[in-house]
Design a binder for this molecule. Structure first.
Ligand SMILES: [Zn+2]
Ligand SMILES: [Zn+2]
Length: 400
């Protein structure tokens, strides 16, 4: 089956090809058909597709009428666009092309479709005005030359869509994204990105400020999502501190936090059992014996900090810098005065001290210059004034 189309007409032609046992090829004209193209002005690829449909319909008719069914039916088109449409598995088409491709694939498979150059396509004659008397001189009745050869030329077995982005009949690819939002506490692994407590505090307080500026009855003057140049208020910083420490505690002591919020006893295996913890403002604090003492509640019931948390390390470094890089006891005192209690904190403080660059410099040993060997003249006894040294320039300060 050969099909073709022009602006005026679409056409298809069928041949029956027989190969004898001694390799002889006989080709016979079976049926040819031409139709005027629609006047509504469809594009050439659409007309070529109509031609392909015509070929499929003719093939069905012929196969119905033939008593002896052929071994194979091959369809030839000179339009790579149409072959691309028929072989397509990935893109979707608009209705016109979609319906016709469906029709073609109803009774044929893409493996039956082949490409033929226009000059070897006999259906091309059906789409042009050719006087009947000339037809005998053309391949209309005899079929193209290659049909007479025992071996058919190889053509690609699969065809890609031609310029699918430019083709108006190919539906543009739409990507739909679904965003699923999960409400969760601020996870403390995000804090790993911060190298100092100040940066972390500033970032979280900025987030809190943004949240507040979105509230309708907010007390802040800023509105909506904005770049904020104002400094953060102490109240915002305090809120940020609570959020950060809460996240760190939730990560380190998830079970204890849940149990204490429900007013149940914490498990015996808990590492903070002997601290007699309780929850106040959502933070785990140390119980202890000073409940009735008239001292600052921050000092009375310090906040529990897990030793392995990045937040704790940042806080230790922060207080270490605050006491101007003084020793262990000063840091411990500063942390305690800030109302914090680090579980097994001595080792962590030691590790922070050990890694502090400023401390390494301050506590480092004074380096001394290694002396070079004395010259041999100074080591052998000889009469006075045998060797004379002269200091011409005086000392030069290399490092001031
Ligand atoms: Zn603002
Ligand atoms: Zn230091």
């Amino acid at each position: 089956m050969f099909s073709d189309a022009s602006n005026w007409a679409i056409g298809a032609v069928a041949y029956l090809r027989v190969v004898t046992t001694d390799g002889q090829c006989e080709v016979g004209f079976v049926l040819g058909k031409a139709k005027l193209a629609s006047q509504s002005g469809p594009t050439i690829p659409r007309l070529e597709l109509c031609g392909a449909v015509l070929a499929v319909e003719m093939a069905e008719l012929i196969l119905d009428e033939l008593d002896h069914k052929p071994d194979a039916v091959r369809f030839y088109s000179d339009s790579k666009v149409v072959l691309g449409y028929i072989c397509n598995e990935s893109k979707r088409f608009f209705v016109y092309v979609h319906n016709r491709v469906q029709r073609i694939r109803q009774t044929t498979s893409p493996q039956q479709w082949y490409y033929v150059p226009t000059n070897q396509n006999p259906a091309d004659l059906a789409t042009r005005a050719v006087p009947a008397s000339w037809l005998t001189d053309t391949m209309w009745f005899t079929g193209p030359e290659f049909l007479h050869k025992p071996h058919q030329p190889e053509t690609p077995r699969s065809f890609e869509l031609v310029d699918p982005e430019e083709d108006v009949d190919v539906r543009p690819q739409l990507t739909t994204l679904a965003t699923s939002l999960r409400e969760s506490e601020l996870a403390s692994e995000r804090f790993q990105r911060f190298s100092t407590w100040e940066y972390l505090l500033r970032a979280v307080s900025f987030l809190i400020h943004q949240i507040r500026s979105h509230r309708t009855n907010s007390t802040v003057t800023c509105k909506g999502w904005h770049q904020c140049n104002q400094p953060r208020t102490p109240e915002e910083l305090q809120a940020a501190k609570i959020v950060i420490i809460k996240a760190a505690q939730r990560d380190a002591y998830p079970e204890e936090c849940v149990v204490l919020l429900e007013n149940r006893a914490i498990p015996k295996s808990s590492t903070i059992l002997n601290l007699d913890p309780f929850v106040c403002d959502g933070l785990l604090r140390i119980g202890g014996l000073l409940r009735h003492a008239s001292v600052n509640p921050e000092v009375k019931n310090p906040i529990i900090l897990p030793k392995q948390s990045h937040v704790t390390r940042l806080l230790v470094s922060h207080h270490h810098a605050k006491v101007k890089h003084q020793g262990r006891q000063f840091i411990e005192g500063a942390i305690r005065a800030a109302g914090l209690w680090i579980v097994a904190g001595k080792r962590l403080i030691g590790s922070v001290l050990h890694r502090c660059v400023t401390c390494c410099k301050l506590r480092g040993k004074l380096e001394t210059q290694k002396m070079a060997d004395l010259p041999s003249e100074r080591l052998s006894s000889s009469p006075p004034f045998t060797y004379v040294g002269l200091d011409v320039f005086g000392p030069w300060n290399v490092i001031s």
